[in-house]
Design a protein around this ligand. Structure first.
Ligand code: HDE
Length: 724
């Protein structure tokens, strides 16, 4: 493949103007490079800037006007530049992914920290310290390409690792279980979740009749429903999400012996989500909140990082475990089977071009190198069929593996040929095997030793359409998830169910959900029934009674797995003319030391003049920088500034939202008038800390490490009051 590196144009001495160092590799540049003549190309203007050309390399003289007969006359068919330009534009789109259409990606590497050579012959798991290039795409599931980032939705967590023995795609989610047990139900699930076919709404959300109709008729989804109603579906950042392979896979050693494995990605930044009311507002204030966060973090050199963990087990464990390890609606709690950390994934490079890389990347669950293999999980088996199929539709032909982002970085050699857009074409005489041509003409040969071999499973039984009995318990782990949460997280699950079901128009669907909740937890069922203002129905008929005794697992809670500090988090600092310069300097210095970032929000984007006369530019005008964009806020206006902000609705919202979303708030000495007008002054609590002078900064930052002051939520939410 062309290396997409330097071209003739960029080898010229850099122009003195601020031109990008790299120009995109164009076919014509590569041609010039391929000639290896080291000579002049005509496609460079005198000042070193590339000459605009057609796709055929014809230099263009005028890109502002189409060719006309007379200055006010008709456009001429002969204008090949105009025709090619419009033709190409008309074909810019490829079909968006049928699910996971909205996504964002970055490059990085996987580094092995603990060898798995005892259980797997996969090359990537052999040598500690070795790095394997990786590309990771995060996504939402239900929304279209242009949908907002903070939709309540599962997040995709797809990792392509370019190993020395071919690509390994671990196409996971940020939730370790799934809605359904058999791939044959996937089209129904997705149809029900996506906009209804007649009205084409709602977009990117499940708060509607079709979704809950399907869900309540599909009891196997109940465990997943608990996860999606939790704050897991409102991540603060891609950087603060876990990832899971979901299915049970196999690792195979040199002798073909199998060890079962479940894969986990654990974020170094700790887990963190936002609250629902905040998510709703972020979607308006910055629909690209997650994209921007990843972009900013990598640009700032604060590289997102995850640990790769594995849960390894054998047939004996699988047979003794309470649930079937082939059932993708179940987890194996970490307390029962610990997660062993074997590597780290670091994202350290943004894409050069969104379309070429993020849009065209084609993940396929069936891409596994020798030493990794599939289990019989019926969902995984179905996915292995689906992903290749979908790439053909989306990328338009069988040669999508020739696109650089999809191409293996290890050698590729086979007798597949031709097709649309074939880029890497075999040389030599033979295009079949076996053949008797000499090695240099005869092409590659299979390798029975190094080649991929499947686990030698011996399936038995009749051909049938059925679910195993061992998949029949749909409620016990749903309950286990619920009881593993802190009280505030349990409240959020109740709130989310009430919200979603309140958007469902048909009372019978709402009632059917209540009947399932009764099998999960009677307290939760009652809370939701009260929230809806409905009577509790009879409990749903359960194939298996709920096991009430499963031990809670701390690993399932976000709040119990938060970060140790405020690093990587963002403070919003609201200032005005006359803000205390010493306080501002101390605050920003402390944030720096913590590894956190901040943005200055001011009445005007031009900024303010601090108390010592220093000008301070703003990052946001207050109208465009609401507090929902920040993890904590410091409100440090001057006395006069506070009086002015107290008139301003966006400033009052800044304060009252930060309060309502349980954020830690630093209160400048003169900020009171704004807090009074925002209606929160009388309710200030221990999560609101004084920031009167530089000496208060330490305590404030220390408090911010807690991320949220959750006790406040019980005072700001009507649903939290027993008398409501
Ligand atoms: Fe996917 N899924 N899926 N899925 N999925 C796709 O492939 C499919 C499932 C997941 O960033 C599609 O390239 C079936 C589970 C992610 O590009 C498609 C079934 C999990 C992504 C497809 C499932 C996932 C996809 C659409 C049921 C979590 C985004 C575009 C058996 C473990 C990949 C594409 C990216 C994408 C099919 C279920 C995760 C149509 C049939 C379970 C993260 O092939």
């Amino acid at each position: 493949m062309a290396k997409a590196t330097s071209s003739k144009v960029t080898k010229k001495p850099a122009a003195s103007s601020a031109k990008p160092a790299k120009s995109p590799a164009r076919p014509e540049d590569r041609f010039a490079e391929d000639q290896g003549d080291g000579g002049e190309t005509h496609q460079v203007a005198g000042d070193g800037i590339a000459v605009l050309t057609t796709q055929q390399g014809i230099p263009v003289a005028d890109d502002q006007n189409s060719l006309k007969q007379g200055v006010r006359g008709p456009t001429l068919l002969e204008d090949f530049h105009f025709r090619e330009k419009i033709f190409h534009f008309d074909h810019e789109r490829i079909p968006e992914r049928v699910v996971h259409a909205r996504g964002y990606a970055a490059h990085g590497f996987f580094e092995l920290t603990d060898s798995l050579s005892d259980v797997s012959r996969a090359d990537i798991f052999q040598r500690v310290g070795e790095r394997t290039p990786a590309f990771v795409r995060f996504s939402t599931v239900a929304g279209s390409k242009g949908s907002p980032d903070l939709a309540r939705d599962v997040r995709g967590f797809s990792v392509k690792m370019y190993t020395k023995e071919g690509n390994w795609d671990l196409v996971g989610n940020n939730i370790p279980v799934f809605f359904i047990q058999d791939a044959i139900k996937f089209p129904d699930l997705i149809h029900a979740a996506k906009p209804a076919p007649d009205r084409a709404f709602p977009q990117a959300q499940t708060a509607h009749d079709n979704f809950w109709d399907f869900i309540t008729l599909t009891p196997e989804s109940m465990h997943m429903v608990m996860w999606i109603m939790s704050d897991r579906t409102l991540p603060r950042s891609f950087r603060t999400m876990e990832g899971f392979g979901v299915h049970t896979f196999r690792l195979l050693d040199d002798d073909g012996a199998s060890t079962f494995v479940k894969f986990h990605w654990k974020p170094k930044a700790g887990l963190q989500s936002v609250v629902w009311n905040e998510a709703v507002k972020i979607n308006g204030a910055d629909p690209d909140f997650h994209r921007r966060d990843l972009w900013d973090a990598i640009n700032a050199g604060d590289f997102p990082e995850w640990e790769l963990g594995v849960q390894l087990f054998d047939e004996e464990f699988a047979n003794s475990f309470d649930f079937d390890v082939l059932d993708p609606t179940k987890i194996i709690p970490e307390e029962i089977l610990p997660v062993r950390i074997v590597g780290r994934l670091v994202l350290d490079r943004l894409v050069d071009n969104f379309f070429a890389e993020t849009e065209q990347v084609a993940f396929c669950t069936q891409n596994v190198p020798p030493g990794i293999d599939f289990s019989n999980d019926p969902l995984l088996q179905g996915r292995n069929f689906s992903y290749l199929d979908t790439q053909l539709k989306r990328l338009g032909g069988p040669n999508f593996t020739h696109i650089p982002i999809n191409a293996a970085k290890s050698p590729v050699a086979n007798f597949q040929q031709d097709g649309h857009m074939a880029m890497t074409n075999p040389k030599g005489r033979a295009n079949y095997e076996p053949n008797t041509w000499a090695p240099e003409l005869g092409g590659p040969r299979e390798d029975p030793v190094r080649g991929f071999r499947s686990f030698a499973a011996e399936p038995d039984g009749p051909k049938l359409r059925a679910r195993p009995e061992s998949f029949a318990d749909h409620y016990s782990q749903a309950r286990q998830f619920l009881v593993s949460q802190t009280a505030i997280e349990q409240k959020h699950i109740g709130d989310a169910l009430v919200f979603e079901l309140s958007k469902v128009e048909r009372p019978d669907i709402r009632s059917r959900m209540l009947s399932h909740l009764l099998n999960i937890d009677t307290g939760l069922a009652q809370t939701v029934a009260d929230g809806l203002g409905m009577q509790s129905p009879e409990a749903a008929k359960a194939a298996r009674p709920t096991n009430l005794e499963l031990a809670p697992s701390d690993a399932l809670s976000i709040v119990k797995n938060g970060p140790p500090n405020f690093a990587g988090r963002k403070m919003g600092i609201l200032v005005t003319d006359g803000t205390d310069a010493k306080l501002f300097a101390a605050l920003t210095k402390a944030l720096d030391a913590e590894g956190a970032v901040f943005e200055v929000i001011a009445p005007k984007i031009g900024g303010v003049t601090l108390s010592d006369g220093t000008p301070l530019p703003a990052k946001q005008k207050i109208d465009g920088g609401p507090s929902v964009l920040y993890d904590a806020v410091a409100v440090i206006p001057s006395a006069k500034g506070a009086e002015l902000l107290a008139i301003d609705k966006p400033s009052k919202d800044f304060v009252s939202d930060a309060f309502a979303h349980c954020k830690f708030i630093g209160l400048g000495a003169e900020a009171a008038p704004l807090f009074k007008k925002a209606g929160v002054y009388d309710d200030l609590d221990d999560g609101c800390l004084p920031l009167a002078s530089a000496k208060d900064v330490g305590r404030f930052i220390e408090a911010c490490r807690g991320l949220r002051f959750w006790p406040r939520e019980l005072t700001v939410d009507l649903d939290a009051r027993p008398d409501a």
